[in-house]
Design a protein around this ligand. Structure first.
Ligand code: FUB
Ligand code: ZN
Length: 669
């Protein structure tokens, strides 16, 4: 018996040690170890710091979101905003401010953040519960909250969603500042969750995922396995509830909540797109930390489905407005594309995790496509105007009440602006990653990464003018000579892949081997999983150079995408382009881009904070209503990067251009 107990103790020690050890094989180099000097991203991060973060805190205040916490502390008053998840806008803004504080000291901001954390802490109930929609007046909570704690969680109360965002924010704040004030609030809440939910306790499939990712972050900080186990427990609750499986309504059959079947049986990206991204990110985390192969099988299938059948050409996802959800396979309409900004942000989270798990550059290709296109289109160049939905096509003749045609300062449901606040300053954490002495360069962003390889310091400095120019230069600077495998991502877009699937492809295939030089001399390298691997003993100040060709590519869609048949989209480097009314005599819907079109490119520093534009002579179709004639004429078309549209007023925009005049749609109105 005693022997058995010892063995049991040994086994559990072994499990604990192993649980601690098991993780993503590849680890990201944290944002705190990377300093940027990048023209493209530094200016955005600075705008986020100086404009978006203060504007967001101001809105949290002026809309009553902060007041909700004050009232919750006093159990007095009436919840004064609209949604039960409005607490998260404060959490997300604190998260963004924390990333910013990590690299830019700002005592006034730090003090303000601390004062908000104190307000949040006072709203926490003694047992750790934190949810203003109930705590203000527990006898009469907001109706979405339900009359008792957690009973509406599987529907729309968002109690666990609020917890998840709080955990994410508290973890970021702790990492950035080393302070425990927010972390302690989060841990108290997480302990309540661990006491409340689990085998033999309450069961629920969280109504809006994110608590799983948040718990994992707390597990990483504390090593407390309860948090990891609870994350897995929540994930495994999906697909258990009884829905009307035959209903075609995604709310009634559980698909909207990714709750229609157990996650390990899911094989398509389905339902509400933000929920889906957070679920798959959480599953990837848990798979990495536990080695759960059933999860890995499922997420691999789901990823393939998303990238081969459900992604717009500029990386956006979640095509359908009703339910903010994925459509059916190949359901990617242009006129009504929904493309919530939060879904693009979630896709960045997930693709980063898939890379850390599998080490394949295809995930970073998708991440980069999303980041430079369908995600940053969500925030205006001024840093204080936003898109919740990201259009693919705007014409004067079609409008829809749910689809935005111009940016707004905020929204009643302001999830997207505050998600932008936290994503932008975390960008430095997506550039480098490491597995022992395999060092990955994933994004081409100027600045310096400070890494540790076998306990020795290594600095990698990038100097480039990406995404405008394909010339890349790196200085590899170890503290003393070291063996390492430098793995530079060779993007799919220089290898004839518009995205890593057959959903979109280049019309003209060209294969060129990229030359890489070290200290001015060409080096041999191996291509592995999309990376050029240069294995050698690196010395102080070694210089690496390569050039990624940036030809303008004509992108065609898979014929299953009916809306894009006979059309072409334009890509240069990682950027997708669009034509906007402002540069094209007030119209974009009448442009035809024939097969033989020759494009010229020019960088214009005075346009849209500096962009490379594409110019070409194309055809435009002109209708003379009075004379009832239709003619075509040659016209100079100007295309701008997709992300930069809608910064100069409201008007037509298009991403897909017909290649010839074939049919004319007759509108009788
Ligand atoms: O439900 C919380 C957030 O509000 C979702 O993630 C968004 O899609 C919006 O519905
Ligand atoms: Zn959103």
């Amino acid at each position: 018996m005693i022997k058995n107990i010892c063995l049991l103790a040994l086994v559990s020690c072994w499990f604990a040690a192993n649980a601690q050890k098991q993780d993503y094989p590849i680890q990201p180099v944290p944002f705190t170890s990377v300093k940027l000097t990048d023209h493209f991203w530094s200016s955005r991060i600075e705008t986020n710091r100086t404009v978006t973060i203060p504007a967001s805190f101001k809105r949290c205040d002026s809309t009553g979101r902060i007041k909700n916490f004050v009232m919750a502390a006093e159990h007095k008053g009436k919840f004064c905003t609209v949604y039960p998840f409005d607490d998260t806008d404060i959490y997300k803004t604190i998260e963004g401010a924390s990333y910013s504080l990590a690299v830019h000291s700002d005592p006034a901001l730090a003090k303000y953040v601390d004062s908000l954390i104190a307000i949040v802490g006072r709203a926490q109930e003694p047992d750790g519960y934190l949810y203003t929609a109930r705590s203000i007046n527990p006898a009469h909570p907001l109706s979405a909250a339900g009359p008792e704690r957690w009973i509406n969680e599987g529907k729309l109360s968002h109690e666990l969603y609020n917890c998840g965002h709080m955990f994410e924010a508290a973890a970021a704040h702790y990492m950035a500042t080393g302070q425990r004030n927010f972390l302690n609030i989060a841990l108290k809440n997480a302990d309540l969750l661990a006491r409340t939910f689990g085998p033999g306790k309450k069961h629920v499939a969280p109504g809006h995922e994110i608590v799983e990712m948040g718990l994992v972050r707390l597990y990483r900080i504390t090593g407390k396995t309860d948090y990891l186990n609870l994350a897995k427990f929540f994930i495994d609750q999906r697909g258990i509830k009884q829905y009307d499986k035959h209903s075609k309504n995604p709310y009634e059959n559980g698909v909207y909540f990714q709750d229609n079947e157990p996650v390990i049986d899911q094989d398509e990206a389905e339902g509400h797109a933000v929920r889906a991204m957070y679920l798959y990110s959480g599953m990837t985390d848990v798979a990495a930390l536990t080695g759960d192969t059933a999860y890995i099988k499922a997420i691999d299938k789901i990823w393939n489905n998303m990238v081969t059948k459900k992604m717009y050409v500029q990386g956006s996802i979640g095509a359908v407005g009703d339910g903010e959800r994925f459509g059916d396979n190949y359901e990617l309409p242009n006129a009504t594309a929904y493309n919530e900004t939060c879904a693009a942000i979630g896709s960045v989270f997930w693709n980063q995790r898939m890379f850390l798990l599998h080490g394949d550059s295809k995930y970073i290709d998708v991440m980069e496509k999303t980041l430079y296109n369908g995600l940053i289109s969500g925030v205006g160049l001024d840093g204080k105007s936003f898109f919740y939905t990201n259009a693919m096509q705007v014409t004067d003749s079609f409008n829809h009440p749910d689809l935005e045609r111009e940016r707004s300062g905020w929204f009643v449901c302001s999830c997207c602006p505050t998600n932008v606040v936290r994503l932008i300053p975390s960008i430095p954490g997506y550039i480098y990653a490491q597995n022992g002495n395999d060092v990955y360069v994933n994004l081409f962003i100027s600045g310096t990464g400070n890494l540790k390889v076998n306990n020795k310091e290594l600095k990698i400095t990038q100097q480039n003018n990406y995404p405008w120019d394909g010339g890349l230069a790196f200085t590899i600077d170890p503290s003393s000579a070291m063996d390492l495998n430098l793995k530079i991502r060779i993007p799919g877009w220089v290898q004839n892949q518009a995205i890593p699937s057959t959903l979109y492809s280049y019309q003209q295939v060209s294969v060129q081997k990229i030359e890489i030089k070290v200290n001015g001399k060409p080096v041999d390298y191996q291509m592995k999983n999309g990376y050029a691997v240069i294995s050698k003993k690196w010395k102080k100040n070694d210089k690496v150079e390569l050039t990624l060709p940036m030809d303008v590519q004509r992108v065609a869609a898979n014929i299953a995408l009916v809306d894009d048949i006979g059309k072409v989209a334009l890509q240069r480097g990682p950027l997708m382009y669009c034509a906007e009314w402002k540069d094209n005599n007030g119209k974009a819907s009448n442009l035809v881009v024939p097969k033989n079109t020759v494009f010229e490119t020019a960088y214009d520093p005075s346009l849209l904070n500096g962009v490379t534009v594409l110019k070409a002579t194309v055809k435009s179709v002109n209708i003379d209503e009075a004379a009832q004639t239709v003619t075509t004429e040659n016209k100079t078309m100007t295309a701008i990067p997709y992300y930069s549209w809608a910064n100069r007023g409201k008007g037509e925009m298009t991403v897909w251009f017909p290649e010839k005049v074939k049919y004319i749609e007759l509108i009788t109105k």
